[in-house]
Design a protein around this ligand. Structure first.
Ligand code: PA5
Length: 449
């Protein structure tokens, strides 16, 4: 089976000759420091060999738990935010029929997401939708104390118990959390929920290949073994022994750092398949939270083409030249569709007669690449043979390793997120959370000015 590939020609053409040779030592050092555990944040490197080291017994346990949920639920709500949510959603949306959620004859339970916002209307409408449904909940939180997730879980737990009875609720609520600490652990132990552990040394945004991502994906009816197999093959393709030019994760880290150093401060992740929208979202978190610190870091933005060519296309073509693009291109769609003949040809599209829709999409992709390169936007292209579990596994591991190496090259701790605490502290102070009395007083004085 061939691997995904990375083409950096249209990015290197923007950089001085010899750029790769210049960055090779820093990249090799950054990669080695992940492997030997000498980099900053080295207590969070558990994701590095998850694909090749996840025990068969854990995969079976996840599949068995998913089977229980699938048998007993028509809807599974995943409560989680950030790294405890985006990976599962990215994989499920990439693999699902776009209109599955509208179908009444579905084979798989609908997997819905909550706990990733505090929108009252969202929660109200979700709870209304769940009325009368045989729903279950997967409560995912590493800390077990995240407000958005805990709020949603409190509502969902109550409704599930009321609708389905406490005994059934205990069967269809599953926790994915820390082994020992946090409210989600305490509650899971007290209620006797089936639970899975998020390893101590795997941070949220690197946790999609743990039960955090695997359980929801299995519930949605997808093959988690193929996902792990793809990731494991990418782990091999990006091993320390593979030279940079042949090692996609190293090459990616080298080129994006070279571009950043050359004034390209924004990376735009691009897809030409709407199913990859949430893969963009997952990637934004992975790179944004890992690299954006110490006053440094490429700003990760994302667009869905061709949709956003009709909105952001103008900025990308002619705005400030501080951007580069990384395109995820799917070689072969799952379905075939051909343009039909029309006798009247009022839309003038008969020149496309007999062509596949994807041929038009691919020409849009090529035309966009040429136009953007002409407009001064360096272009990296990741070619993914097909959108299936195996290649999504490859893509996930490629991006994770590329991120770890990039962050080390940049000189930041890619595995912490001290900046996300600031809003929480203010929110708790404003809400008068016990323990925040001093902050509450200061906040009130500040706002009274
Ligand atoms: O990557 C991260 O660490 C964060 O995005 C967390 O995943 C997110 O804040 C949710 O945290 P928790 O799983 O503790 O609820």
């Amino acid at each position: 089976m061939k691997n995904l590939s990375l083409n950096v020609e249209n990015a290197l053409s923007f950089l001085p000759k010899g750029t790769l040779d210049k960055w090779a030592p820093a990249v090799a050092k950054a990669h080695a420091s992940l492997e030997d555990g000498s980099c900053a944040g080295n207590d969070f490197l558990g994701w590095l060999h998850l694909p090749s080291s996840t025990p068969e017994a854990l995969l079976s346990e996840i599949e068995q738990t998913a089977a229980v949920l699938r048998q007993n639920c028509d809807t599974v709500v995943v409560a989680g935010i950030g790294g405890s949510y985006l990976g599962a959603r990215a994989v499920i949306e990439a693999l699902s029929d776009s209109f599955d959620w509208l179908k009444t004859d579905r084979k798989n339970p609908a997997v819905l997401f909550a706990g990733n916002n505090i929108g009252e209307d969202y929660l109200y409408e979700l709870c209304e939708y769940l009325k009368g449904r045989r729903f279950g909940v997967i409560n995912i939180s590493k800390s077990g104390t995240t407000t958005e997730t805990a709020l949603a879980f409190r509502l969902l737990k109550k409704q599930c118990e009321e609708q389905r009875g406490v005994e059934t609720a205990r069967k269809v609520i599953v926790a994915v959390t820390d082994a020992r600490k946090g409210a989600a652990r305490v509650m899971a132990d007290k209620e006797g929920y089936k639970s899975f552990i998020i390893p101590d040394n795997v941070g949220g945004r690197f946790s999609v290949l743990t039960p955090v991502g695997l359980l929801p994906v299995a519930c949605a009816g997808f093959d988690i073994r193929q996902l792990m197999a793809g990731a494991a093959d990418m782990e091999k393709a990006c091993a320390l022994s593979v030279p940079m030019e042949e090692n996609p994760a190293c090459l990616y880290a080298a080129v994006r750092n070279a571009l950043y150093n050359d004034g390209k401060k924004i990376e735009i992740l691009v897809n030409f398949q709407p199913k990859l929208h949430y893969m963009n979202e997952w990637w934004k978190q992975l790179y944004g939270e890992s690299e954006g610190k110490d006053g440094k870091g490429i700003f990760p933005a994302a667009v869905d083409f061709t949709t956003d060519l009709h909105s952001m296309g103008q900025w990308i073509q002619e705005g400030e030249r501080t951007i580069f693009e990384t395109v995820v291109s799917v070689e072969t769609p799952a379905h075939e569709m051909y343009f039909p003949h029309d006798d009247e040809n009022l839309d003038g599209l008969n020149f496309l007669e007999g062509k596949r829709v994807d041929e038009v999409n691919k020409m849009a992709e090529l035309g966009t690449q040429l136009a953007h390169v002409d407009g001064g936007v360096p272009n990296l292209r990741i070619s993914v043979p097909e959108l299936n579990e195996y290649y999504l596994g490859q893509l996930i591991y490629f991006f994770e390793l590329g991120c770890g190496i990039s962050g080390n090259v940049l000189g930041v701790n890619a595995f912490n997120q001290p900046g996300v605490e600031a809003y929480k502290k203010n929110m708790f102070a404003l809400l008068g959370k016990p323990g925040y009395e001093e902050e509450t007083q200061k906040m009130q004085a500040r706002l009274a000015k």
